[in-house]
Design a protein around this ligand. Sequence first.
Ligand SMILES: NC(=O)c1ccc[n+]([C@@H]2O[C@H](COP(=O)([O-])OP(=O)(O)OC[C@H]3O[C@@H](n4cnc5c(N)ncnc54)[C@H](OP(=O)(O)O)[C@@H]3O)[C@@H](O)[C@H]2O)c1
Length: 235
Amino acid sequence: MMQSIDDIRTRTVLITGVTRGLGLAMTHRFIQEGCRVIGCGRSGTEIEALNSHCGSPHEFFCLDVSRDEEIEEWSMDVLNRFGAPDLLINNAAVINRNAFLWELTESEFSQVIDINIKGVAGIIRHFVPAMIENGQGIIVNFSSGWGRSVSPEVAPYCATKWAIEGLSKALAEELPEGMACVPLNPGIIDTRMLRSCFGSSSASYSQPEIWAEKAVPFILGLSCHDNGESLTVPE
Ligand SMILES: NC(=O)c1ccc[n+]([C@@H]2O[C@H](COP(=O)([O-])OP(=O)(O)OC[C@H]3O[C@@H](n4cnc5c(N)ncnc54)[C@H](OP(=O)(O)O)[C@@H]3O)[C@@H](O)[C@H]2O)c1
């Protein structure tokens, strides 16, 4: 069911990975749509710039989603001051350098797992109970084309995005009525992540700001009827 414009305008949206790429573009677009945005990322300078550019009632925090104790502290502060988010967007992720699986070190492999899977689970662990208590809310976990297909040299990343599909669909079965969790494939967009795996050919894909013009209204239109569906941002 589509939300009314008034519902959309007053929503609190929590987004991980707001310092660049899709997270940054979504932040600006959600703010334009009248939402309050609470975001995080590891790059302190970009977080400071967002705080001084966007100002209250939006807030951005320097945080690593692979560190559960940092999420716990952040969630207590956010829930205390802003209440449960209406929309929880797990966008933060990394991709491994292009290489065959056996060429990647244990720490390179672990970093992708720790951020892309354990980071998402951590954000869910610390924010979703308050959303359940509030009786409503939508959780959007960023998946990928590589969460539904595969390519060589990105095996760790593919493994994490296939995990996001499974984790999201299982969580969808656990949520009470009125809530939803969806794995969302954003499409292919020219970001630092895409440049890492596609090289210079990434320039032929959409810019994040253009992508966000369709993606944000699409996300704002999600409802409990979408629960558990593998979705893709329309082109
Ligand atoms: N671009 C595409 O074509 C494409 C396609 C399919 C799926 N996706 C998915 O879309 C999402 C956004 O990707 P993107 O292309 O925008 O990537 P990006 O440009 O590399 O941006 C990734 C964002 O995640 C943040 N991040 C990474 N590790 C983090 C951590 N440990 N803690 C907190 N924040 C962290 C980064 O900020 P810091 O470095 O400051 O922490 C950055 O803001 C990802 O889930 C990606 O898998 C993208």
